[in-house]
Design a protein around this ligand. Structure first.
Ligand SMILES: [Zn+2]
Length: 235
């Protein structure tokens, strides 16, 4: 039985391209993992921040309440003082100080009320924060499971494809083999090109009729334009 050169070359070409794609995808794995880890870390930070912000708001509220007490005590004192002043100048001074204290009191009361509202809203939202964090963790775990399965599948595919490639390459006659090796060395997996009709699959040039007949006869023919090793693609 004569060796079916076109089908060997077609398979070698397919396997080499497939192995190149597999390599790219395997190499991409660590980068994807890193991106997923960064996403998880960002979610963790967001979760932590949600509690940290409430803690800070409460602390601030407590401080403001303390300040408010001081201002209120001062206002009491000023009230008492107002009843004992004897000159217009003193009265003006007390009045001015009281106005300032009242303004400060108003600001503190607003701040306390604002903080209370915000604490309430943020606390009410905590179940959502928890859910988001839980979902992110579950998603990452699922990603790890999927990535591991995928990687195992790709490694197995690679090993099978490599042995199949070796098997097919050894079927090539020795004289063809040397030329084949040179083409792969020069162009990688695309050292070969399929010919559909009479068109080179690599450079789209039309190969001459005589080359086409040589290909049909099972000879190893190079594209006159791009120099790739050709094989016929039968549709
Ligand atoms: Zn070509």
């Amino acid at each position: 039985m004569p060796i079916d050169i076109p089908s060997i070359l077609r398979e070698c070409h397919r396997l080499r391209r497939h192995l190149r794609d597999l390599k790219e995808e395997i190499d991409r794995g660590p980068r994807v993992l890193k991106a997923q880890q960064a996403r998880l870390a960002a979610e963790e930070q967001e979760h932590k921040d949600a509690y940290e912000i409430i803690k800070r708001l409460k602390l601030r509220q407590k401080e403001d309440e303390g300040s408010l007490k001081v201002v209120e005590a001062n206002l009491d004192k000023l009230g008492t003082k107002a009843m004992t002043v004897t000159t217009m100048k003193e009265m003006e001074a007390v009045k001015h100080e009281t106005e300032q204290a009242n303004a400060k009191k108003g600001l503190l009361e607003d701040a306390i009320l604002g903080a209370m509202t915000e604490i309430e809203e943020r606390t009410a939202n905590l179940p959502n924060v928890e859910k988001k964090w839980k979902d992110a963790q579950a998603e990452f775990t699922q990603y790890q499971v999927d990535a591991k399965e995928r990687m195992e599948r790709m490694l197995e595919d690679r090993s099978l494809s490599e042995s199949e490639l070796t098997r097919r390459e050894t079927e090539l006659p020795n004289d063809m083999r040397d030329q084949y090796e040179r083409l792969i060395k020069a162009h990688g997996p695309d050292g070969l090109a399929g010919v559909k009709g009479t068109v080179c699959g690599q450079c789209r040039s039309v190969i001459g009729e005589s080359r086409f007949f040589e290909l049909e006869a099972g000879k190893f023919v190079l594209c006159p334009v791009c120099g790739r090793g050709l094989y016929l693609v039968r549709e």
